[in-house]
Ligand binder design. Structure first.
Ligand code: NAP
Length: 304
């Protein structure tokens, strides 16, 4: 089947791309290998997207999806088995069909790095969370932990210390990857306690989590810590490796592109969290989606 533009990924970046591309008169296919909507469907409340005071991630992505479909976008859930993006005619083979397109937008996002410890899966959404900005307010005056030593963990610890009664920062080393300024600010907070050289061994509780077992990375000694919530902030993994033949990846695997969303391959664009960038938020993913779609439309009009 032939399309003008194929968008790989149907998170906010992909769906926004599809809306802009359809508005530009392109015949658009959006291919997703999981649930349409991307990671945001797991977020209970979005409170920082302009124009929405409070909306669930699922409602938000369903609104985007129906907007795209009403504009004529085809959305398919299929597994991609083969790609060839080098030539002018881009070929995408899935478990169902072979598709051809004049341009492709990669909007595959990231997946969160997980702890992989006992209890993480069973207490996910019942105390274990991966987004302080999204879920912090549910832990008002509670005692929480945050795992990680990067900028996300340290910034989120400071953010949570304004909401929660006490915040424990659990980090596997005694040095922080986060900027010195942020670490200093964190250390000044009286309601933040550092648990260094510690990893989470397991998460315990009944209906909700209420305890974690920490393991000392030097001595292996196990200690128990009562917590109402555990924020996991140990980085993200970009979904980019299938595209490495046609795009440059940075050392963490993000697809290298500047604000114009173009890559080293003509007709291949990238949008959203999978792109190299500083701020990964819904609104920046949407912004990328529009930029990549308009760039793709311009490319198609000039090159074809
Ligand atoms: P990150 O910089 O990759 O840090 C991840 C942290 O998690 C590291 O401290 C790492 O420990 C730890 N970690 C990784 N795997 C772990 C595991 N399996 N168990 C326990 N701990 C583990 O990720 P990030 O903090 O999300 O930041 C991502 C990027 O966004 C960075 O470039 C960051 O600078 C940027 N960012 C910037 C800002 C800002 O400028 N304000 C805010 C947020 C994020 P080790 O240190 O021991 O490796």
């Amino acid at each position: 089947m032939n399309y003008d533009l194929i968008i790989i990924g149907s998170g906010i970046a992909g769906l926004t791309s599809s809306i802009y591309a359809a508005c530009s008169g392109l015949k658009v296919l959006c291919i997703e290998n999981q649930t349409c909507g991307g990671q945001i469907v797991n977020t209970s409340d979005i409170i920082n997207y302009p124009g929405f005071k409070n909306i669930s991630g699922l409602d938000f992505s369903q609104k985007l999806q129906s907007q795209a479909v009403e504009l004529g976008v085809d959305i398919k859930t299929e597994q991609i088995s083969q790609l060839n993006l080098e030539q002018k005619n881009k070929i995408i083979v899935t478990d169902n069909c072979e598709y051809n397109a004049k341009a492709v937008i990669i909007a595959t996002g990231t997946r969160r790095r997980e702890l992989g410890c006992n209890g993480e899966e069973s207490f996910r959404g019942r105390g274990v969370t991966y987004c302080a900005t999204c879920d912090g307010r549910f832990f008002q005056n509670k005692v929480v932990g945050i795992v990680g030593g990067g900028n996300t963990a340290v910034d989120d610890a400071i953010y949570l210390s304004n909401i929660c009664k006490h915040v424990y920062v659990i980090h596997r080393r005694d040095g922080f990857r986060a900027s010195g300024r942020s670490v200093e600010l964190m250390k000044q907070r009286e309601n933040i306690t550092l648990k260094l050289n510690s990893v989470v061994d397991s998460i315990e509780g009944n209906n909700l989590m209420d305890n974690v077992i920490l393991s000392d990375t030097h001595t292996n000694e196990k200690t128990s810590l009562k917590l109402n919530g555990l924020f996991v902030a140990i980085g993200s993994i970009p979904n980019s490796k299938d595209f490495s033949k046609w795009v440059d990846l940075d050392e963490q695997g993000y697809i290298v592109a500047s604000e114009d969303c173009t890559t080293k391959t003509s007709g291949v664009f990238v949008a959203g969290d999978v792109r190299t960038k500083k701020v990964r938020q819904l609104v920046t993913a949407a912004s990328d989606g529009s930029i990549a779609a308009l760039a793709a439309a311009e490319y198609i009009n000039h090159e074809n």
